[in-house]
Design a protein around this ligand. Sequence first.
Ligand SMILES: O=C(O)CCC(=O)C(=O)O
Ligand SMILES: [Fe+2]
Length: 435
Amino acid sequence: MASRKPEMIKDLSQELGEFIKSKSSTFACGGSIPVTHSSDSDRPSVGTIALRWDSPNSTNGISKLVFPIDNSKHGGNITKLIADCQPASFGYKGESVLDDTYRKATKMDRSDFSVDFCPYELGIIDTIAQMLLPNAGNHVGAQGVKAELYKLNIYGAPSGFFKAHVDTPRSETQFGSLVVSLPCQYVGGQLIVRHAGQSVVFDWGVPSGLDSKNVSWAAFYSDCEHEVSEVTEGHRITLTYNLYYVPGVGDLAGNSPVMDVTTLALYHKINAALGESTFMTKGGYLGVGCQHAYAHSTPKGISSLPGVLKGSDMAVYSVFKALGLDVTIRPVLQLDESGDGCSLVISVNEDHLDEDFIGHSLSELVITERGGNGDCPGQLILNEFGGSWMSVNWLTYPVHDEYNLAHATYGNEPGVNYFYSRAALIVKVPSAGER
Ligand SMILES: O=C(O)CCC(=O)C(=O)O
Ligand SMILES: [Fe+2]
């Protein structure tokens, strides 16, 4: 290998680094999945795909086409499909416009056909969620993706095409589009996606005389310009999907419209306990320590809660919410486990036996210069954190520590003392008479 000058390698590395950091490195992704009859390989594959559609002129009102299309046998049904489609329009200044110098294609609305192809089954949607979501808009954290089938499009030879355009988002939560090309022979018809001076070309055509043996797909952000170049032979048949953000797995707390909280065994247990007049008769606070680790003292971690609660934490949160009780995630300071055993704060702790110092809300690491040995009351340090002493009926104790409070110490040697906090669900329970 020819040796490169060290400064060239440095420049190239810097350029690559900048590119990786910029949003332009991942604005589109795609792939191809082979169509096979066997399912014994580790790689995902699809079997044949049946497309059925409303076909007013056929005997029973329905027609069918099976992919991959064997051109010698099914050419007739492609003609039928095209005959049952309408000319494809495009959005221009909020209007739907037909202009075959801009877009020459036919389309069918999703209400007029059904197809046994599911991008979720093949892992396409999971891949899109992992590749495109972390950068999409201002949405942070574990979001899910919903792919909504939009249309079937046919770009046929000679000269089916779609000039450069940007798709019209259907709602605020739409972040991109997915195009799936069904296995059918064509030449040309490259999908070119552009963003910030970069472009990616998806060329799924197959030379004359060969049959297409793949389902191919591409997904890209809504703000990417894209075009379909001219199809010079055969038919390019695509399904288009709109891609939306939805609360994803790991982002469901109190927020899953498809789950009925009353199906959780925990719901009935808690509901029954609250029904007992002997249980917390005078009301007060229930505490359920989070059993999983969350980054509860970093800005990103805080903003993703309660959405990303997991397992029993999520179940407990959802159940108390569903029962109409006030439930919040709060940091519980671990005052008896300080970095160097600062006697001063521990002495405060002793004034509040059977109580915990609990922050009003989750917060980033609080650093205070307050401190000392003797002349600064520990309570003043705690006041900097913002919280109160509370008597809590703990159902489970929190388990995961994060540094949350640091204060100065001025003894023989100046120093810093840290305290951890643990995240807990704190529930305000009304008195028996009020619930
Ligand atoms: O079929 C394609 O590859 C893209 C179609 C497209 O851009 C659209 O339907 O908006
Ligand atoms: Fe488009």
